[in-house]
Design a protein around this ligand. Structure first.
Ligand code: GTP
Ligand code: MG
Length: 429
């Protein structure tokens, strides 16, 4: 026998022995204890409604839970899709249900619908993140934590009778790994029976060919396997919503009344409302909650922890150690920090050098400019000096000429004043 086989045998736990009891002990009450504990704790269920504005989301919610949640209509002019959660406390018999209905307000109203799915995905992730943060806390209080993770997404399909819109396909594809999607054809009273049949087949074909995973009612539990198998074949449910009561025969039933007849919400020949209620609330509510935790949340948690550097075993298949992972991550973080610091310091030094060079260049340019101006100034000064000298010379010459002229003038004056005197003398002689 090989050494590894021997090791495996010695490490294997011994099979527990089966014993029969001599009488009633009482641990058969465990399921009852569980039920009573769950009932006293209450339940939470969170539904996300995605569908165009006015498709009948609020009406269907009111019809499903037989109450009036809200009457406020959404605006058609939202700039982007906005998620609006509203929580209600409901009670039926002694069971308390904290129900949160999240409306994707403004879905399909934007001209550019490329990013319509993003706020929805972000909202679902944010709820997973909140739960993960609570789980990772040292002092956790998951017992009374208000779990807001979305358990089901009711995707309202417009009853066009043609095919799914690309917005529907893209959105469902982005959501299918994060939430249980139940597609429903809304306002099914606006489409004829034969068209509806074809439409359902077309939708399912498109979902399959585009690889969109919708929620399948579980068939592994014997108690519900049969009904769930039948119901899986009816997807997507074609529903009609109404809170109005109309008299049919001698009974008041919820229905939509038209001039040509009455569409009864709870009549299985008229629509699939009863099937939806049965599957969503009465048979599979707990499975939806469980799938959310064990499949969708688990996937989110795994990706998130792997992103953070945690892994179940290292390369040599050593068991995962939180302490070692933490240390490794811390070292990695510190060296990254150091690298960043060094990078920044180098960047700073380079920047200083660059600025210094720039300043020196500027100084040199200024100096050259100054020298140039100085030369111009000296040249100007020399020219002015020359001009002044010339002017001075001209002034001197002028003054000389002026003095000579004045002398000549006085001589001439003197001569003219002497002439009459001489004439008089000549006459007298
Ligand atoms: P917003 O919240 O404004 O986006 O609308 P909504 O999707 O909640 O639709 P809402 O339930 O307010 O219904 C819009 C209109 O559609 C109302 O006039 C409803 O009476 C009507 N309506 C709702 N359900 C159905 C249905 O099953 N069939 C038909 N024909 N009309 C319906
Ligand atoms: Mg509404």
């Amino acid at each position: 026998m090989a050494a590894t086989d021997l090791e495996r045998i010695s490490n294997a736990e011994p099979e527990p022995r089966s014993l029969s009891l001599g009488g009633h002990v009482g641990f058969d009450s465990l399921p009852d204890q569980l039920v009573s504990k769950s009932v006293s704790q209450g339940f939470s269920f969170n539904i996300l409604c995605v569908g165009e504005t006015g498709i009948g989301k609020s009406t269907l919610m009111n019809t499903l839970f037989n109450t009036t949640f809200e009457t406020e209509e959404a605006s058609h002019h939202e700039e982007c899709v906005r998620l609006r959660p509203q929580t209600y406390d409901l009670q039926e018999s002694n069971v308390h249900l904290k129900l949160t209905i999240v409306d994707a307000v403004g879905f399909g109203d934007q001209i550019n619908k490329d990013d319509s799915y993003r706020p929805i995905v972000d909202y679902i992730d944010a709820q997973f993140e909140n739960y993960l943060q609570e789980e990772l806390k040292i002092r956790r209080s998951l017992f009374d934590y208000h779990d807001t993770r979305i358990h089901v997404c009711l995707y309202f399909i417009t009853p066009t009778g043609h095919s799914l819109k690309s917005l529907d396909l893209v959105t469902m594809k982005k959501l299918d790994s994060k939430v249980n999607i139940i597609p429903i054809i809304a306002k099914a009273d606006t489409i004829s029976k034969s068209e509806l049949h074809k439409f359902k087949i077309k939708i399912m074909g498109e979902l399959v060919s585009n690889g969109v995973q919708i929620y399948q009612f579980p068939t592994d539990d014997e108690a519900v396997a049969e009904i769930n198998t039948v119901m899986n074949a009816h997807l997507p449910f074609a529903v009609v919503g109404s809170t109005e009561e109309v008299k049919v025969g001698n009974k008041l039933v919820r229905a939509r009344q038209y001039p040509w007849g009455v569409v009864q919400v709870e009549n299985e020949n008229h629509c699939d409302f009863v099937k939806l209620r049965e599957m969503l609330i009465r048979v599979n509510m707990e499975d939806l909650r469980e799938q959310t935790h064990s499949r969708h949340y688990e996937l989110y948690r795994r990706c998130k922890l792997e992103e953070m550097g945690f892994q179940d075993s290292d390369g040599d298949s050593q068991p995962f150690s939180l302490q070692e992972t933490y240390e490794a991550k811390r070292k990695e973080f510190l060296s990254e920090l150091q690298r960043k610091e060094e990078e920044m310091r180098q960047m700073f030094v380079n920047k200083v050098k660059e600025t210094e060079l720039e300043l020196k260049e500027k100084e040199r340019e200024l100096h050259e400019k100054f020298e140039h101006l100085k030369r111009i100034h000296q040249e100007e000064k020399r020219k002015v000096e020359e001009k002044r000298r010339e002017l001075e010379e001209e002034t001197n010459a002028f003054n000389c000429r002026k003095a000579a002229m004045e002398a000549l003038q006085s001589q001439a004056l003197h001569a003219t004043s002497q002439q009459p005197l001489r004439k008089d003398k000549d006459k007298k002689n």
